[in-house]
Design a protein around this ligand. Structure first.
Ligand code: ATP
Length: 265
């Protein structure tokens, strides 16, 4: 496992945001984290990235315990994060934003080669290399946020709601990019409001509820799960029965399926 999270607890003051979270990602996997607003998805990513300090639990990256390490150190180990809201520097040019991403010791000295790779992935950024980042469209700014993260040469890349605020056509493009990055060997942790899309891409997924893992399984098993379909895809059991006709059987009994684990406490 490239990433192993064990019994992670995070508090904001007295309020518990993460409660005994255990999950993992194998090298090269795409793992989706889904859940309602406030379930703790961003908190989980921010804790793995070293922005929040957990009260208890372990986070192992390639076997090394990184819980509580500051974010510049987790980044330098190869953990990249594309934060919610595309945190780019609006007054800097595209090229300058990318250079900032390559300031990590692990990436220094390879700036030119990595920037070439980023421009190959996103030709639009190459065209706009001398433009101030804040003047670009939302979709271009999201490309830049991803590009800047890639400049640090991550081995695990975590996305927090990357499709937020993008037009539908750009969302398709974005998911295509995430898939391509994963196919190129990057391990991906994807937090997405677009549950159907992210579970379709994912090898595995976890459903977060109130700071706990409520359900986990393969992306396909979660997509087929009646509870997930109802809660996150807005498909009611009645509507499914009506679509399937009288011979319909439940899609999946989560507790009896080997592909899925129910962890309700
Ligand atoms: P969203 O999709 O709305 O971002 P989320 O699943 O990412 O939701 P988090 O943002 O991780 O959830 O929030 C989990 C809980 O922690 C919520 O109850 C939230 O109000 C609380 N919380 C998040 N950040 C802070 C903070 N900086 N200080 C205090 N409470 C916070």
């Amino acid at each position: 496992m490239i990433l192993q999270v064990e019994k992670l607890d995070l508090f904001y003051g007295d309020a518990q945001a993460l409660d005994g979270i255990s999950l993992g990602a194998e090298e090269g996997e795409l793992v989706a984290i889904v859940g309602a607003n406030g379930a703790g998805k961003s908190s989980l990513i921010r804790t793995i990235a070293g922005i929040e300090t957990p009260r208890a639990g372990r986070i192992r990256f390639r076997g090394q315990d990184i819980a509580g390490l500051p974010s510049h150190r987790t980044c330098n180990l190869g953990i990249g994060q594309v934060a919610e809201g595309r945190q780019i520097f609006p007054t800097l040019t595209v090229e300058e934003n990318l250079e900032v991403g390559a300031l990590l010791p692990r990436a220094r000295g390879r700036t030119k080669a990595t920037m070439h790779e980023v421009f190959t992935l996103f030709p639009r950024l190459a065209e706009r290399r001398r433009q101030a980042a804040g003047t670009m469209s939302g979709g271009e700014q999201q490309m830049l946020a991803i590009g800047r993260c890639l400049m640090g040469r991550p081995e695990l890349i975590m996305f927090d709601e990357p499709s937020l605020g993008l037009a539908p056509a750009l969302v398709q493009e974005l998911f295509g990019t995430i898939r391509a990055l994963n196919k190129s060997g990057l391990t991906v942790l994807l937090v997405e409001q677009n549950v159907a899309h992210s579970l379709k891409l994912a090898n595995r997924g976890y459903v977060l509820e109130n700071g706990r893992i409520a359900l986990s399984g393969t992306g396909q098993a979660l997509l087929n799960d009646a509870g997930v379909r109802h809660a996150y895809l807005g498909i009611s059991p009645e509507a499914e029965r009506a679509m399937e006709g009288p011979a319909h059987k439940p899609l999946m009994e989560p507790t009896s399926s080997p592909a899925i684990r129910v962890d309700r406490t």
